[in-house]
Design a protein around this ligand. Structure first.
Ligand code: IMP
Ligand code: MG
Length: 189
């Protein structure tokens, strides 16, 4: 596996390396396939709702892959926070910043980075359904299988994810690593 040193910005923390889990080429190839599958649903007037912050890079690439299939989705954002201590999700989901658009009678595609406990995705699905969306379809970049606390499944997922805390491609730990073009994990030592 490729490794990249993270100390280039002058960080003085102990040597950290990044291990690549999903490389940029693998991600983009997978997104083309997913976009084709989503387009095949023929959801008219599609509204993409990206859950911030973690999904912003994924959503940016996915909407352009959707464009290549001929779709012209509208896009909106909602910032959700699932309270978490360190890297473990602890329960409640809160809206930090709401959508601008009215979702009633719209075909909505929710886009999120990681499906883990399921609380975030379940919350978003319930919220948009309660606001009168015509249909709610979900697409996640990564699915972790073992820690589900809520019975929710994603309609589409790019990859199954190992049970490690991942960073990059929009995802962070303590606000770092969102800029990385790959999904990886931090290895200390
Ligand atoms: P859930 O509500 O437990 O399913 O958690 C999902 C949210 O937690 C995702 O939207 C991510 O923002 C975050 N999350 C879960 N696992 C990871 C990870 O490995 N890296 C970065 N964020 C994660
Ligand atoms: Mg997230």
């Amino acid at each position: 596996m490729t490794q990249a040193n993270t100390a280039a910005d002058g960080d003085t923390s102990p040597a950290q390396k990044l291990e690549v889990i999903f490389a940029p080429e693998e991600i983009s190839a997978r997104l083309e396939v997913l976009a084709g599958e989503i387009a095949a649903l023929r959801l008219d007037g599609l509204l993409v709702v990206a859950i911030l912050k973690g999904s912003f890079v994924f959503a940016a690439d996915l909407i352009r892959a959707l464009h290549r299939t001929g779709l012209s989705p509208e896009v909106d954002f909602i910032t959700l926070s699932s309270y978490r201590k360190s890297t473990t999700s602890s329960g409640q989901v809160e809206i930090l910043r709401d959508l601008d658009l009215d979702v009633s009678r719209r075909n909505v595609l929710i886009v999120d980075d990681v499906l883990d406990s399921g609380r975030t995705l379940a919350f978003a699905k319930d919220l948009l359904a309660a606001r009168g969306a015509r249909s709610v379809t979900t697409c996640v970049l990564l699915e972790k299988r073992t820690r589900r606390a809520v019975n929710v499944a994603a309609d589409f997922r790019a990859f199954e994810c190992p049970e490690v805390f991942v960073v990059g491609y929009g995802m962070d730990v303590a606000h770092r690593f969102r800029e990385l073009p790959f999904v990886g994990r931090v290895v200390t030592g």
